[in-house]
Design a protein. Structure first.
Length: 499
């Protein structure tokens, strides 16, 4: 899209996110919800197979999780809600209908704040409702080129939460920010793994364009088949450009569902968009309406943890971190938990606490981040205890280890989980920070290098660097460089005064 086209047209985006819930059993039966690694069609029963006469029973934990999500998004929790039958004839739907929620969702009317280039602003959350996931189709071709599909019913019936936003986003960047923030919240409150690559956090994007300044929404196109934040961003960018170009050429934008082809980086027509009446919703006759008492809501509210946005603000205020660093540390709960567990190993306050907190932040975002990226590791599996992490930073701050030595020890801690003192002792890495212990090395550096000594005495201050290097060489890199510099200057000044 050219800069002029970007000025002439406004993009309108709304997102529908489906997130599987971390319950042990499925939504309406006792089958295990842990289907990912199970052999095909083994975690099934008459209910999730859709056999005649099988009766659903509601999973209360799933309802708790939707209430928890609604509260985290500032939603109003409905005192009365119900389940509905959503009818459509797809082969991945065992009963021929899906138990979902239509006109009375569990939660509605919330918001989620996102970061934009113009600062923070809220995106409306229309509703959060509960439904069951569908079976999974695998499309194959045989040796003769004939196509066929395989059906794994294990996923059918897994609790699925749908979070529908208002059409408040105005760019692919804002949509990506919304998804990142939403994923972070769901993981913080412990309701979903929210991993898009694994399929338990799925997004359908609704996008339209309109002349800038217009209040009327254009024809909405829904995009499916996106399995990464990058894919969502790319699909929205492509579709915005396609729609603007179509309008400029006098074409009519059709309300439809389109797929995203990652390899070709294009969207493609799948089917004409369904409307609510196409699904023939009606109340689920096998499940009674659900009354959500205020006591129930308050019990769920009581277990809500500190949310990422609140934690970010606290890290800035309590630890003096920059907004950038605080955001990186709090976007993932495991990282934030680990960071704070290291910081609180030392009972500090005021400036001392801020100084140590910033040091911990630098090491987590720097050295630890590098090692996790190189190994594709997860901080939840980290072998370095918070106590050992804090002890390492103490050894660097006290001069027992140079900064480079500290990084070397830290990498070994990352690999083997040993304490820093043990590694430093085994490797002979403890820095020499005692004046008496360095005295002989300083004397040798001076006596063995008359030229740089003479240059320093003649006023060439930078010659001291060479002599410090010689002290480091004599001590095999163990000398504290600051102390070595100080001792060399004192010894050379004595020589100058006696000359």
């Amino acid at each position: 899209m050219t800069p002029q086209e970007a000025t002439d047209y406004e993009i309108v985006i709304g997102l529908e996110v489906h997130s599987q819930l971390l319950t042990e059993s499925k939504m309406f039966c006792a089958c295990s919800a842990a289907y990912q690694d199970a052999p095909p069609n083994t975690t099934v029963c008459p209910v999730c197979l859709g056999l005649p006469g099988a009766m659903p029973v509601m999973n209360q934990k799933a309802v708790d999780y939707v209430i928890r999500t609604g509260l985290a998004l500032g939603c109003e929790i409905s005192g009365f809600t119900k389940f509905d039958r959503k009818n459509y004839p797809y082969p991945d739907l065992m009963k021929g209908y899906q138990i979902s929620q239509y006109d009375q969702p569990i939660a509605h009317g919330g918001h989620l704040n996102i970061e934009t280039e113009h600062g923070e602003r809220p995106i409306g959350v229309t509703r959060v409702h509960l439904e069951e996931d569908v079976a999974k189709l695998f499309h194959r071709s045989d040796d003769f080129g004939e196509s066929y599909s395989l059906l794994d019913i294990n996923r059918a019936g897994v609790p699925l939460m749908e979070i529908v936003s208002e059409p408040d986003m105005r760019s692919p960047d804002e949509a990506r920010s919304y998804l990142i923030q939403l994923q972070s919240i769901l993981r913080y409150i412990g309701v979903s793994g929210a991993n898009m690559e694994e399929g338990n956090f799925r997004c359908d994007a609704n996008i339209s364009v309109r002349p800038r300044g217009s209040s009327e929404l254009g024809a909405k196109v829904e995009i499916k088949n996106m399995n990464s934040f990058r894919g969502v961003h790319g699909a929205l960018e492509y579709e915005a450009e396609r729609q603007v170009q179509a309008i400029k050429e006098g074409e009519l934008i059709v309300q439809e569902t389109r797929g995203w082809d990652e390899s070709a980086a294009t969207t493609f027509t799948q089917r004409t968009k369904e409307y609510a009446h196409d699904y023939r919703y009606f109340p689920e006759p096998d499940l009674p309406p659900l009354v959500v008492a205020e006591d129930w809501v308050q019990d769920v509210r009581a277990v809500l943890p500190e949310l990422p946005a609140t934690r970010k603000r606290r890290f800035i205020e309590q630890y003096g971190l920059s907004e950038y660093d605080a955001n990186l540390l709090t976007i993932g709960k495991a990282t934030a938990d680990y960071y704070e567990s290291v910081v609180t190993q030392k009972k500090l306050s005021g400036d001392a606490e801020e100084q140590f907190a910033k040091q911990v932040s630098n090491w987590i975002l720097g050295e630890l981040g590098r090692l996790l990226n190189e190994t594709s590791g997860d901080i939840a599996d980290l072998r370095i205890s918070p106590r050992d992490f804090a002890d390492l930073l103490d050894m660097v701050a006290s001069g027992d280890l140079s900064n480079n030595m500290g990084k070397s020890v830290f990498e070994q801690m990352f690999n083997n989980g040993k304490a820093p003192s043990q590694i430093a002792e085994e490797q002979g890495l403890v820095q020499i920070s005692d004046s008496d212990a360095l005295s002989d090395a300083v004397s040798e550096a001076i006596s063995s290098n008359p030229k740089p000594v003479s240059e320093y005495l003649d006023g060439k201050e930078q010659a001291i660097r060479f002599l410090v290097g010689q002290v480091m060489k004599v001590t095999r890199g163990k000398a504290n460089p600051q102390l070595a510099t100080q001792l060399l200057k004192e010894r050379l000044d004595e020589i100058r005064q006696s000359a």
